[in-house]
Design a protein around this ligand. Structure first.
Ligand SMILES: *Cc1c(COP(=O)(O)O)cnc(C)c1O
Length: 372
């Protein structure tokens, strides 16, 4: 590393948290360096007006850079909202289902999809086209297995189920239906063919930055579905019309999103290179799982495995506890699975360096040797 290091940096551990999650070091350094005074502005980004020229520039650059990085055409609006991905569980049906005669189809491949459909049910008719619950959410539907409605308001999927570690390997084929995707935990981790989607949403705090901002990419013609009886702040049109600034936006979160975007583009080489890097990291852990003779048992079917959240079990809960505790002593933090499912979950988002994944892989091999 030829990067400048200071005392605090030397104490950093490898952070496998599912979110908020590890950020790229260069992003943290730039945010630190500019914290007291933005270049040419003389004030912190935390202090400036959201209507100032300085923030105009930050917002414009973030939108332009994100559009370019992801490949978002002029057919789509890109807007920034608050309320996290969870608010989108409500806003999507409020805007796209309210007043529609056809139901919204949900393909449920994990906890987040199951949470999303519950909110949609408050708003209108829904149809569960496929639900992996009986198998503990360990796979995706096979081609043609999802029972899609002949006519639907939209079809909702979760591209990466953060808790179970199940990830769509390609954009699903839903015919002419409008595909809506919760991309929260793999946004900016790989290319996405935006043209296949009606709406994509992602909170930032997994791969794209910090909590507080959620990106929504919506095809412009779908904005016409929103009805005038919606509360103004829950209507996508309000944000599209006002350039994501009907009120005070989360200025710092937007600023960090811009920094992350440029890090993915300039340092990591863009989304295709990022995807390759992520696949290589994930393979290090899955190879350790597969080579363990069953000591480590992967949760997801191999064909559905997530490159972001690697989930596996040990022979019993005591060993899992010992594994997590021992890992912490090696500076490998937050490896416990989500409280609802247990086991081990290693979240290895964009910013997790290969060295962190290698350290975890080595720890897995050592742990198995000393416990079997
Ligand atoms: C983290 C996450 C959410 C919830 O995000 P919040 O911003 O906390 O509401 C929803 N969906 C997925 C796939 C997630 O990973």
């Amino acid at each position: 590393m030829n990067e400048r290091s200071d005392g605090a940096e030397a104490t950093r551990v490898f952070n496998f948290s599912a979110g908020p999650a590890v950020l790229p070091l260069p992003v943290l350094r730039q945010a630190r360096d500019e914290m007291l005074s933005l270049p040419g502005v003389g004030m912190s980004v935390l202090e400036i007006s959201h209507r100032s020229p300085a923030f105009d520039r930050i917002l414009e650059e973030t939108v332009a850079d994100l559009r370019q990085l992801v490949g978002i055409s002029d057919e789509y609006e890109l807007i920034f909202l608050q309320g996290g991905a969870s608010l989108q569980f409500s806003m999507v049906p409020m805007n796209l289902l309210r007043g529609q005669s056809a139901p919204a189809d949900y393909i449920i491949t994990g906890t987040w999809g199951a949470t999303a459909v519950k909110e949609a049910q408050r708003e209108g008719a829904t149809h569960v086209a496929w639900d992996g619950e009986a198998g503990g959410y360990d796979r995706l539907p096979a081609a043609g297995e999802a029972n899609l409605s002949p006519d639907s308001a939209y079809v909702h999927i979760t591209s990466n189920e953060t808790i179970q570690g199940v990830q769509w390997q390609q954009d699903p084929d839903v015919g002419s239906a409008h595909l809506v995707c919760d991309c929260s935990s793999d946004f900016l981790s790989r290319p996405i063919d935006v043209a296949k989607y009606g709406l994509i949403y992602a909170c930032a705090q997994k791969n794209a930055g910090i909590a507080g901002v959620t990106a929504v990419i919506i095809r412009k013609d779908l904005l016409a579905r929103s009805r005038d009886d919606l509360p103004k702040m829950l209507d996508y049109r309000t944000f599209a019309k006002n350039g994501s600034r009907p009120n005070t936006p989360p200025v710092f979160a937007v600023y960090v999103l811009g920094l992350v975007c440029r890090w993915v583009r300039d340092t990591m080489g863009g989304l295709t290179a990022m995807a390759h890097h992520n696949a290589t990291k994930a393979a290090l852990l899955y190879d350790a799982v597969d080579g363990s003779g069953g000591f480590f048992a992967g949760h997801a079917h191999p064909a559905c495995r997530s490159a972001m959240n690697v989930t596996f079990r040990l022979p019993n809960e005591q060993l899992e506890k010992a594994f997590v505790q021992g890992a912490a002593h090696h500076g490998l933090m937050d490896l416990q699975g989500h409280r609802s499912v247990g086991g081990i979950r290693a979240s290895i988002y964009n910013a997790m360096p290969t060295a962190g994944v290698e350290a975890l892989r080595d720890y897995m091999l050592d742990f198995q040797r000393s416990h079997s």
